[in-house]
Design a protein around this ligand. Structure first.
Ligand code: 13P
Length: 249
């Protein structure tokens, strides 16, 4: 099975910058080599959709409103996202949990709204440095996953991807050891098997994100339990991004 590669642009690239980026990137990328999902800013979705037409590359949003009710100035509904050509949406990223105070109830609502609109939610979970230093990594993961997936039916997990992103690894240049990632992924699968089923826990896709770059990519690509990776800073330069893709495939 080809590896899943998710690129989170975060709040980077204007619409015209995205266009220039994609002209360069699409001339090099061979669609059948990897499952690629580009999470571009809202303002670039329409241009990216146009440029990706006929290509086997998916688009993701980076956020979704908790519900599609009216009276939400500044928010983007699930219906709007689905109509814009997006198939995925990132939910629960630590930058939104921490800076925008998104709590577990909001994350649960966002996931439900994504599913209602036939979008696949990329649920980010991960421990803080304090959690790690106090040996609370696995309990944090369990709690975040259980709260985020509360009330979901087992068949809905087909439309969930879990991204393990330790908060301390994001943008820091630091990464967990292979052993630490394996333990985290096993713990995530155990939560899914305890709360849903063994089958669901075997089938759910889990990716790793946090300070991945061309030098350390080899460490992640051979971890069998992982379905792929979630990149931040390293996807912003299309040449660096291609180097990473070429190392994974
Ligand atoms: P970095 O790869 O820049 O550490 O970011 C990871 C991330 O937050 C992706 O969602």
């Amino acid at each position: 099975m080809s590896k899943l590669i998710i690129a989170n642009f975060k709040m980077n690239k204007t619409e015209s910058e995205t266009k220039d980026y994609l002209i360069n990137f699409l001339s090099k990328f061979e669609d059948d080599k990897a499952d690629l999902i580009l999470a571009v800013p809202f303002t670039s979705i329409s241009t990216a959709r146009y440029m990706l037409s006929g290509r086997n590359i998916s688009l993701s949003a980076q956020n979704i409103c908790e519900d599609d009710k009216i009276g939400c100035t500044g928010e983007i509904s699930g219906k709007m996202l689905a109509d814009s050509g997006v198939r995925y949406v990132i939910v629960g990223h630590s930058e939104r949990r921490n800076r925008f105070k998104e709590n577990s109830k909001m994350i649960n609502n966002k996931i439900k709204n994504a599913l209602k609109n036939r979008l696949t939610a990329i649920l980010c979970v991960g421990e803080s440095l304090v959690d790690k230093n106090t040996m609370n990594t696995l309990s944090t993961l369990k709690n975040q996953i259980e709260e985020a997936l509360k009330g979901l039916y087992e068949n809905e997990l087909e439309n969930i991807i879990i991204a393990y992103e330790p908060v301390w690894a994001i943008g820091s240049g630091k990464t967990p050891t292979e052993k630490e990632i394996e333990l985290a992924v096993k713990a995530i699968r155990k939560v899914i098997s305890d709360d849903f089923s063994q089958k669901a826990s075997e089938q759910i896709k889990i990716v790793y994100g946090g300070s991945i770059n061309p030098k350390n990519i080899n460490k992640f690509k051979d971890i069998e339990e992982l379905s792929g990776v979630l990149l931040g800073g390293a996807c912003l330069d299309s040449n660096i991004f291609m180097q990473i893709i070429n190392s994974i495939i």
